[in-house]
Design a protein around this ligand. Structure first.
Ligand code: GLN
Length: 453
């Protein structure tokens, strides 16, 4: 079977099935078939890579040259980028075939995929259940087997939480491991792209394409990229696992806790040792994040003014009218809430009390992880406090929604990598095990995840 035939099969299936999930915003038939043709040529020329001809999808936050990139917003409803994100370019160079762009919370703000301008996504595991967010379209598409792999981004949990809620594997790499060039910015000091796949092995294959230095991203780190598949089969004997006691708190139901503890017991059978560790400042993570992330978002989103990108209001009276109406009409409620909070936190007179304070807390949180990793190799915890919840259940109360990320957010503040690995079911819905590692320990996390699967 040729790549073109395979791609056509996937496109047909995607079109007949995705009505149930709404996991795609754009299906890019024409470009996908052109990429498939190129893949067939690559193979014929003996230049195939592991990705040549493999269908996948990009979260609609990665710029794709000539293919609409919306970031889940009305603001970018008709935005067609004239260039590729580095991650996009890397997959193209490997010969992969992008079928389209997956649904997401608007500007990646959310934990349920309900803030998308293009409608909510439904979790394939349960009627009217959320897939998690913000990379909920990618998670649902992989879970429904519409694509074998998809990209995601994680600012506070947006790869790991939807992966957990949809029963797939997701990895948030170390900050700086994957280029952010052409990845629409939410909170620049936290955003990181990563793989969303069925298995750790597939995630390793994605990392081989995604990771690496990029001179176009000033925060990207120039450090050798290992072959992430090379160490998947290393034995885990002697692996030191830490269980952060703050992550096994009242916030966690006994049923959720049991699944995580069962998974940890499996690791003990594989020869790992387990001890309790402490992250004393973890409880401050949500509060610090909801100052830092909105502050950065308010600055990043100032570029959407009707002059440079995307949406512009009709018949503006003057420049001020154009700015205000464009932004009032183009952004959804959650995005507006973040811009307001962020602008407030950064305003003169409040900067020291909020933003600066949050940055100091961030440093303490980072130090907690550095200390804990002197004692253990990896840490394990739940990913989210509960399995997939019912659509609409948390939309009226932003704070309950924010608490979805109580176990994932500190990791972004510290900049370290972490994975979500399928680890059983609660009430018939999948739950995830979070495996947290020290800086640049992605290969070890993938190894640990692979041995468990
Ligand atoms: N749920 C968090 C938020 O709404 C994290 C989102 C993300 O990681 N992009 O900000």
């Amino acid at each position: 079977i040729s790549s073109v035939e395979l791609t056509q099969q996937f496109l047909d299936r995607l079109k007949s099935e995705d009505g149930k999930y709404n996991s795609f915003i754009t299906i890019s038939d024409e470009q996908a078939l052109a990429e498939a043709k190129a893949a067939d040529e690559m193979r014929a020329a003996g230049k195939a890579t592991a990705w040549t001809g493999v269908p996948f999808a990009h979260k609609d936050i990665f710029c794709t040259n000539g293919v609409r990139t919306t970031c889940g917003s009305k603001m970018l409803e008709n935005f067609v980028p004239p260039y590729d994100a580095t991650v996009t370019a890397n997959f193209k160079a490997a010969g992969a075939v992008c079928l389209g762009k997956t649904n997401m919370d608007e500007f990646a703000m959310g934990s349920s995929n309900e803030s998308s301008f293009f409608g909510a996504v439904t979790n394939p595991w349960g009627d009217k259940r959320v897939p998690g967010g913000s990379s909920g379209g990618s998670a649902a598409a992989v879970a429904a087997r519409l694509v074998p792999a998809a990209t995601g981004t994680d600012t506070g949990g947006s790869i790991r939480q939807p992966a957990a809620l949809c029963g797939i594997t997701g990895l948030k790499p170390t900050y700086g491991r994957v280029s952010r060039y052409g990845m629409i910015a939410f909170a620049s000091s936290l955003d990181q792209g990563g793989p969303m796949t069925r298995t750790a092995e597939d995630a390793a294959l994605m990392m081989n394409v995604m990771a690496g230095f990029d001179p176009k991203d000033s925060t990207c780190i120039d450090r050798e990229v290992p072959d992430y598949t090379a160490t998947l089969n290393e034995p885990l004997k002697g692996l030191k696992i830490g269980l952060p006691k703050e992550y096994f708190s009242e916030q966690l139901s006994p049923a959720m806790e049991e699944q995580v503890r069962n998974a940890v017991r499996e690791y003990e059978k594989l020869g790992a040792t387990v001890k309790e560790v402490s992250l004393p400042n973890a409880k401050l993570a949500i509060a610090a994040y909801y100052v830092i992330a909105p502050a950065e978002a308010s600055a990043n989103l100032s570029r959407f003014d009707g002059a440079r990108y995307g949406y512009r209001c009709e018949n503006p009276k003057d420049l001020m009218d154009m700015y205000t109406r464009t932004r009032a009409e183009g952004f959804g409620n959650e995005v507006k809430r973040r811009i307001l909070v962020g602008s407030y936190a950064l305003s003169a007179g409040y900067f020291d009390a909020y933003y600066l304070k949050a940055q100091k807390v961030r440093r303490l949180i980072q130090q907690d992880f550095i200390n804990a990793f002197k004692e253990v190799d990896v840490m394990m915890s739940p990913v989210s406090p509960s399995p997939a919840f019912v659509q609409g259940e948390k939309t009226t109360d932003p704070v309950t929604m924010y608490l979805e990320d109580v176990f994932t957010i500190a990791i972004n503040l510290a900049g370290i990598p972490a994975m979500s690995v399928p680890a059983g079911f609660v009430d018939g819905l999948p739950v995830g095990l979070q495996i947290i590692g020290d800086y640049f320990s992605e290969a070890r996390l993938l190894n640990a995840a692979h041995q468990f699967q």
